[in-house]
Structure formats: C-alpha cells, structure tokens
Design a protein around this ligand. Sequence first.
Ligand code: SR1
Ligand code: MG
Length: 425
Amino acid sequence: MNSIVTEYEPLTAGTIQVRLGHIEAIRERLGPDADKWRASEVGDGNLNLVFIVTGPRGSVIVKQALPYVRLVGDSWPLPLKRAFFEFHALKRQAARDPGMVPEIYHFDEGQALIVMEFLHPHVILRQSLMAGTRHEGLADAMGKFCARTLFRGTDLAMEAPARKRDLALFAENIELCDITENLVFSDPYFDAELNHHTSPQLDDIVARMRRDIDLKVAAQEMKAKFSNNAETLLHGDLHTGSIMVTAQETRVIDPEFAVYGPIGFDIGMLLANFLMAYYAQPGHAASAGARQDYQEWILGVVAEIWRVFQSEFSQLWRSERNGILFQKSLFEDQGDALGAEQALGRRLNAIWHDTLGFAGAEIIRRTLSLAHIAEYDQIESDDMRAACERKGLLLGRQILVNREGIANMQAALDLARIIERGEMG
Ligand code: SR1
Ligand code: MG
C-alpha cells in the first residue's frame, strides 16, 4: 500500500498511511503495518499542516508546509522551502543546545515535510500561561537556550568560513524574513491591509501611535538592526507558541523563520510574549485580582530568563570564544582578562537595549498587525481585552522608544507594574 509521490502534494489524515507507509524511519517508530496507523491534523499555527500519527509502537509528528499562508489562504503564496530552513535550523539548535528541540526522524525536501518526535505530554506554553500553570525550570531552560544557540552561531564562536556559508544558506529564507520585516516593524504603524485591532476601544491609541514620530523612528531603527545585522542564527519566531512544556520540561519548536540577525531579536520576542501574557491575566482570572500572584510569577520568569541568559552567555564568552571576534590572542593570551570582561559587559549591555526595542516592537505588532496572540484573542469581553491590550501597547511604546534609557531588568519590570496598576496612561 505504498505510494511514492514525486510532485509536492499536501498530505491529509487519510493519505498519510499510503504516502509515508514505506519510510523506514517512521515504520520503526510506529510499527511496520501502516494500516494500523491513525493520523489527525492538529495544526493551529498560522502556516502549516501538522499531524499526529500514532501506530502500535508510538507516535510521531508530521509537519508539512503548505504553498500559502494558512492563516490567510491561497491569496498569500509562501515558498515550501521554509521546511528546508526549519530542518537546518533544528539540526543546528540540536547541536548547540542538545535535548531542547524535537528529534528529527525524516526530512523530505520535495514534499516540504519533517517527521519528528511527538512531544508528550507537553502542551504549548501559551495555553499553559492562559490556564495559570507554573513551570519549573522554564526560565533556566529558555535563558540557556537563547545563550547557547545565539552565542554558538556568532563569529565569536564559529569558524568564519563555516559561518559565512551558513549565513548564505539562511539568507535565502527571504519570504519569511519579509513577513517579519513587514508585520513586526512596519504594518502596525499604517493602515496595512491585514491589520486588525479591538475596535472601537483601541481606535484612539492606534491613531496616536500612527502619529507618533518617535515611535515610528524607533520601530524603523529596530527594523534596520534586524535586517542589517547578521550576527547569529536566530530561531526567528521565538514566542510562547513555539515552546512546549510539561510541569518540569521545556522544548522549543518551529524555527522556520530562522535567519541570521541580531542576538536581541530572539530574546526580545520571547520576553515580549511573557509580558503580554502578564497583561492578559485579568482576562483569564476567575475573579478580579485572582491572578496577581501568577502575574508576579510571569515577571519572575522574565527576569530569570534574562539573568540566566547573561550568565550563560558570559560563561560561553569565557570558555568558547574561539572565533574571529575578540580573539583571546588580543586579551587573555596577553594577560588581559579584564579587557575581555570589559568587551563582554559592553556586548551584554547592547544586547539588553536591543532586547527592549525588539520586545516593544513585538508587543505592538501582536496587538495591531495581522497575527495576534491567543492570550488576548480568547478574552471574550471586548472591553476587558482592550484594557489588557492597551496596557501592553503602553509598555511596548515605552520600551521601544526609551530602550537606551532603561538601565536594567528591574527598571523594565517596575515600568510594567506601574502600567498594570493604571498609573501611566
Ligand atoms: C503570516 S505569518 C504570521 C506570523 O505567524 C508566525 O508565527 C510569525 O510570528 C508570523 O509573524
Ligand atoms: Mg510557528
């Protein structure tokens, strides 16, 4: 019952047995009798098909790119090659932070599909944050993931020829990069076709933001940093929908937006999504104030991710700085360890301010541009949703425009709390 399709063709739950039944790597995991496999399509993301396929021996995930943006439909074509970039990014992330991404069992470039480990009983972190669930080790895992994957993709760590070849490979991820450049950094600030926001409640702040020259300049400065600074291989879409968790375990999925960019981009996007989850909590609380402790837990995660990132990045700086930048021959080898520490401090400081800028841009785009977040969308009352979103927008604007003036995490979180208390309008 095997059928080897050579032209790209989207899978369905009904064709998976026939289409994939001959692939040894899958047969090993599910059992050799494909008649006994059962598939269901569970994709709830913006772009792809995702199937859970279960057989007598176990389950796998089959992820297949569609030739268009699923969220919008076939009026927005999107290259299948994104599966190729996701495959290569997963390989690199697995090498740079072992155990943090799903294992790949099979990749078919022509069919734009990746067969990978079924993470169970993991759930998408976004869902968990709405439910008010705490996760041990989440901040530690994510701080280390950011430090390890981002440091190990730079010219601080990699051999220059390998990095240049890699940079050229991921530079072809043009269309997904284009989505980020438009949706994150430009669309929120004009009347882009696919924008939407909670209306009329947010109409005033949306109009104000589009007239806000400081804000638009800051957003374009961050866009320039994103487009012009091929510093490291980014995950490219590191939000809380790209993280799967159990009570104790954290894994990262979905790096199809992978591209070379500035270190602060991934961290900024990640922290922004926690900050939005913070503001969304009143919309998910059983009664007023019931989620206050949980909100503080979320801010604790934000602070801890940044603390762990800095600590791990510093350790890697000291132990794995074997690339062409800040060579040890210029510092430690001349007995000048202090110089290397000074350079590290300056780099971390610059990453911090970039992180704030990218976080601000991400918060604003998730509220005003095309792709919103479930934490806001699932708040039924328009007034409640708008109140949460407005606070996010206020914080987003502050940390984007004033990113250079916010000295540390404590100051950023104080600002988040002031806005949550309604003390800044
Ligand atoms: C058209 S794709 C919209 C968004 O979904 C992805 O998850 C990325 O965040 C992208 O910006
Ligand atoms: Mg995704």
